[in-house]
Write a protein of this length. Structure first.
Lengths: 212, 212
DNA sequence: ATGATATTAACCGAAGCGGTCAAAGGAGGT
DNA sequence: ACCTCCTTTGACCGCTTCGGTTAATATCAT
């Protein structure tokens, strides 16, 4: 693991992406070092050279994932904006950029959270502590919702947009296995376009006329 | 497989649900007969008594899944309604009922579609033929969209609702592994409630006043 | 009791897993 | 050219676990 950071950055990326992806899809136990090695286009021995055991690799990826997600979320620019749609727009674009860089990150962490194998159990506490530090979900509670018509429930709008993005991600997820990185990027681009269109449509119809 | 239909219906259900669920989560190769047996609360030998091989069981589940999905979708009641929101409402409730009965069905079929193991490859053609018979997605093209305001794009609304349900399903999916069937049912109930609320909200704000 | 059907624990050979090791590249200094 | 050090790899090993078999047992209608 010390030797790992001396590698070409591109090869590091390959191994990290391959590892997260395989662990994200199959979970700890049903992920095999041979599979990760194959996807990363290195030999299995190379993995064992840089990481002494499978668990070592897993924990390294876990650490990497948690650091990256915290870096991307703890950006102050999101918290300054108070207009509902502007804020949602900025936050989503942020999240999108992070996921675009490492598509399997979220799924990897979620899968970890639901792991039942005893090897990884001890590390969940640490994970919970770190994710508490992220106040991402609380951010929307202090938003200005006075611009909405009375017939609109802001919480429902929030939920609707959230589920929409989850759905988009899920659709990508199903098809991602045989997509190139290029195609996945284009998919995210299309997603942002669709999302902005929806935001615009909702804004026109949900805001009181005087705020348009 | 002939002996299987003589069993108590409840035990048949247990085995079908366990099988679809395990195959849906792990795919063909990484699903183990021992795992399915454990989840179905029978012994591994029992599975091999009713189904000669793992592939036999898989193909039986595939057949069952395709028949059930076709039965639920080919219901004429969906096609008669022409009002946008009414039609979406009916179609979604239909789908929901089917998934509620067998939560892993869709995921099982999707997973099958993306299988790469040579054993199941030959059966994909048959699957494609059958799914072509289902005209579910075409149904919305002849809907009456004249009631919408000019600022609303019906296609975008349709897409938004579709992604929303996909998102809800994806969220369930992530947590489903350690949920009881009872809890999953309640989850679907909540989903229907949320969905109807969203439909109502959209209808009020997207339809021209004279149609409310 | 008897025969047919349904279920299981114990078992088997083969495959595939995590992990090791000796040998071989490859980049740089001399 | 040679040696040195770091990196990579194919071949290999012991062990687990898989799909599948078998023989013994449980269940039940007649």
């Amino acid at each position: 693991m010390q030797t790992f950071h001396n590698l070409d950055e591109s090869k590091q990326e390959q191994i990290i992406n391959a590892g997260m992806r395989v662990f994200a899809i199959h979970g700890y136990k049903k992920s095999y070092m041979s599979e990760i090695a194959h996807l990363a286009e290195v030999s299995k021995s190379t993995l064992f050279y840089h990481f002494k055991t499978k668990l070592d690799l897993y924990l390294f990826l876990l650490d990497t994932a948690m650091n990256e997600i915290m870096d991307s979320v703890n950006d102050e620019s999101v918290y300054s904006e108070k207009d509902f749609f502007e804020c949602v727009k900025i936050a989503t674009e942020h999240k999108m950029q992070a996921l675009r860089k490492r598509p399997s990150l979220m799924k990897f962490l979620t899968k970890f959270y639901f792991e039942t194998v005893p090897e990884v159990e001890p590390y969940k506490l640490e994970y919970l502590a770190k994710s508490d530090q992220m106040r991402s979900r609380l951010v929307f509670e202090e938003l200005d919702v006075s611009k909405f018509k009375e017939t609109v429930d802001p919480k429902l709008v929030m939920d609707m947009l959230h589920k929409w993005t989850e759905g988009y991600m899920a659709i990508l997820d199903k098809n991602a296995d045989d997509k190139t990185d290029q195609e996945i990027s284009e998919f995210y681009d299309q997603m942002i376009v669709d999302f902005l269109n929806i935001l615009a449509m909702l804004r026109i119809n949900f805001y009181k006329p005087e705020y348009l």
